[in-house]
Design a protein. Structure first.
Length: 198
């Protein structure tokens, strides 16, 4: 990414740009990491300093813990985990550049992921069958939904991989489906025919 802004920046946006450059150039973080981290850091700076130039020497541990406690319950466990990781990374960056002397990264509280606070990792077979029966296979949308659910439940295909499928990925004569995986590789899955349907 470019680290020299094309337009004048505020003090807060300048810090955000420098943090992004640190993540991408010094640490080799991906663009998706930047997109996940930056909104949380920007929100923290906005709430703590408003529109003033950030004075990092005034930051104290309670500033950090209050921010996390205020927002963690509004987020999913995954997003809350990203928030605390983003803040720890930012405070490590500030200490790296000498902007703070205290290890504020160590002050960021851990967000607990309580048992049953997330969706189950899988559904029982009976629940899957009930879900499949709810699809109205007399309609095009119902048949599409039924096919998607079969791919997810019986072949273990990920949602993103289902979204990437096209009709060209299906060999109807052999029952072979080509799955395009995240890393750009391909995986071939065999499907058994039942009464002329996948």
């Amino acid at each position: 990414m470019k680290c020299q802004p094309a337009a004048p920046q505020t003090a807060r946006s300048k810090i955000i740009t420098e943090f992004q450059c640190y993540l991408s150039q010094d640490l080799g973080r991906s663009l998706s990491t930047l997109k996940n981290y930056v909104p949380f850091v920007d929100q923290f700076l906005l709430e703590r300093f408003h529109n003033r130039a950030p004075n990092f020497t005034s930051l104290r541990a309670p500033d950090v813990t209050r921010f996390v406690m205020r927002h963690a319950h509004q987020l999913s466990p995954l997003r809350a985990g990203l928030m605390v990781t983003a803040l720890r990374s930012f405070f490590r960056y500030l200490r790296h550049r000498g902007a703070i002397a205290t290890d504020l990264a160590g002050c960021v509280p851990t967000v607990p992921i309580w048992s049953l606070s997330t969706l189950p990792r899988y559904l029982p077979t009976a629940a899957v069958e009930r879900l499949l029966k709810r699809c109205d296979r007399k309609t095009a949308v119902g048949r599409r939904n039924h096919a998607i659910l079969l791919l997810l439940a019986r072949l273990g295909v990920r949602a993103g991989e289902v979204m990437g499928l096209s009709l060209d990925d299906i060999d109807w004569s052999t029952g072979l489906i080509t799955i395009h995986e995240k890393a750009g590789s391909r995986l071939n899955c065999h499907c058994h025919r039942t009464q002329g349907r996948l």
